[in-house]
Structure formats: structure tokens, C-alpha cells
Design a protein around this ligand. Sequence first.
Ligand code: ADP
Length: 218
Amino acid sequence: MELILFGAPGSGKGTQAKKIAAWLGIPQISTGDILRGEIQKGSSIGLQVKEILAGGNLVSDALVIEMIRARLAEEDCQKGFVLDGFPRTEAQATALDLLLEEMGRSIQCVLSLDVSEEELVARITKRQTCGKCGAIYNTQFSPAPNGRCTCGSDDLRVRADDNEETVRNRLQNYAESSEILIKVYEKKNLLSHIESTGLTPDQVFTKVREALGHIAHE
Ligand code: ADP
């Protein structure tokens, strides 16, 4: 199944993408994770994008489109994938359509996780990610038990771009860029909104499963 997950920073996109990936046995493809991986490795791409991510701005379409092209060609994507953080611009959506067409495939469903801005800021500024397995916690809403990840690691990190100033910029970028993308996929009859304000990750996942149920069992 070919899926896209939309949601503002802090909407729970990464958490739900992981749950969907495990449920359907397809990979989660997060452009944010790939970019952060490049930064951590100190690769030439990483050096190019480090400041851009730190400021909460978007990296160039050409770069992320190329990353996605390479990733979708890998073996584990043949059964499907869940895109998390891509497409983020109209140019990326157009490029994705072309890419999938070349592969004889198409997007089956687009989910948008909708959360109020007030809750988004609270969630992001309290977010922690496990440096070992990537699990996501929130010091207020879903704290890591005894300060440790369930994988056993105590390497809980705060993302460099999860500070209030950068968050506002990212939220504004998202509001501007998502509006048009939402319309694109609404027109294609592919979009489902998942109202997620005030819900726990498991409650949101129940709604996600309901929204995908008809396709997942085809
Ligand atoms: P969030 O949705 O919380 O901002 P992501 O992990 O999806 O987090 O993205 C982090 C950063 O990576 C973005 O602020 C942006 O700089 C960069 N990025 C990720 N995906 C894209 C994309 N498709 N196009 C451009 N930049 C991207």
C-alpha cells in the first residue's frame, strides 16, 4: 500500500507512520529522518542542510526528490511505503506523481493528522527521541518510563530544531505549504482527515486503522 501522511510538526506524524509501517509491514520513509541521518554522518549532504534544518526552513526540492527517488527504488519499498514529511511542496507532489507513474504505481490514501496550534507547540517543545531506536516521547504527555526508552537506552535527545522560535517558523511553513497539497489530494479523492487534538497516540492509531481499513484488507 502506498500512503502519504500529512501533519504539522508535532502532530504525531512520525509516531503514527511507525505504527502504520509495523502494522502493514511496509517501510516508513521520513525525509526528516534521512536528512538528520546525513547530518549525523557528517556527509556532504549533511553539511549542506544542517543550517537549513536548524532554522526550520525547507531544503531544496531537487535534493529531497532525488533522495526519495533513490529510496523508492529499494527492494523493501516494493510492497508499499508510508511517506512521512514528503511531499511538502507542490513541486514535490508533482515529482512524486511522475516517479510513481514510471514505476506503474500510485498513491492509495493520504491521511492528514489535524491538531490545534496550541497543542502542537506544547508537544514539540517537550519532545524527546531515543538516539538508539528512534522512539518518540513527550515529557508531559507520554514520558519515557524512568527516563529510559523501552529499548533500554537512556540516550533521549531533544531535536536541534525543537525550540520555540524554530517551531513557530516550521508551523508557519507547514500552514503555507500544506494548504495547497491538501487541496491537490482532496481533488483526487484520496484525503482523510484524522482529528487528533487531545488524543493519545493509541487513540489516533485506532482512527488511522479505521480510515485505512477498507484499503488494508483489499
Ligand atoms: P517536522 O515535520 O517536525 O518539521 P521532519 O522531521 O519531517 O519534522 O522535518 C525536519 C526538517 O527537515 C524540516 O523542517 C525541513 O528542514 C527538512 N525537510 C524534511 N522533509 C522535507 C521536504 N520534503 N522538503 C524540504 N525539506 C524537508
